[in-house]
Design a protein around this ligand. Structure first.
Ligand SMILES: [Zn+2]
Length: 220
């Protein structure tokens, strides 16, 4: 694993300043990344120290806060905590999902096949978020494309490459609209990714029509 979120993004994660989609992407990366786990632990420690030394108003009364908490309506919805990774099946292959995602395994939609080479399934994580599982079989080239907004990708299994590098399980990538790339998988190595899109991707090459035929491109 050699592609990590930027340090500033980890800081924003700890301070709760990310959107829920970005927060989810980071949580999933951190689950499998000891290096970022260490960074997060440090940032949390710092944040804790800052809290301790923070000036507190005179009127701060713990018993008032406690009363407010116990006065809250209890929530009937069960808390969904996955204790075991769940399995997802695509194109006859089985993969175990990260724990962050296992909680949502019932919210994974139908797999769509693009020529039997690329498969995508939407995950209904939260309103307005375009989150997809993307499975690319071995030895496939995806036409060059760019993005109107941001695309972040988290590799879950296997690997893929583009003009800028090779990405393996756990790697986290953030691409913006200035980047054109043509991802591909090597012979003998397939890839399962989690993609987070803010805008649909735009294909920049002719071959892409094969993909665009399916309506709105690779992502619903
Ligand atoms: Zn990391």
């Amino acid at each position: 694993m050699s592609y990590h979120p930027k340090y500033e993004m980890l800081q924003a994660y700890v301070h709760g300043e990310l959107t829920s989609v970005d927060g989810f992407a980071l949580a999933t990366h951190i689950e499998s990344c000891p290096q970022c786990q260490q960074h997060v632990a440090k940032i949390e420690e710092q944040a804790g120290l800052e809290l301790e030394t923070m000036q507190v108003e005179e009127s701060f009364d713990m018993s008032v806060i406690f009363d407010r908490i116990v006065a809250l309506e209890p929530c009937d919805e069960p808390i969904r905590i996955a204790r075991k990774p769940r399995i997802v099946e695509v194109n006859g292959r089985q993969f175990s999902l990260p724990l962050t995602l296992s909680r949502f395994s019932d919210d994974i939609g139908e797999w769509k096949s693009y020529g039997g080479k690329v498969f995508s399934a939407p995950i209904n994580l939260m309103e307005g978020a375009r989150v997809n599982l993307l499975y690319i079989t071995a030895g496939v080239n995806i036409p060059q494309h760019t993005h109107k907004g941001f695309e972040s990708t988290l590799v879950l299994h296997g690997s893929f490459s583009d003009e800028e590098g090779e990405y393996y399980a756990g790697d986290y990538l953030l691409k913006d609209s200035s980047i054109k790339h043509s991802p591909f998988t090597k012979e003998g190595e397939d890839c399962l990714c989690l993609t987070f899109l803010t805008e649909p991707m735009l294909f920049t090459q002719g071959v892409a029509r094969i993909f665009n035929r399916f309506g709105k491109g690779l992502y619903p």
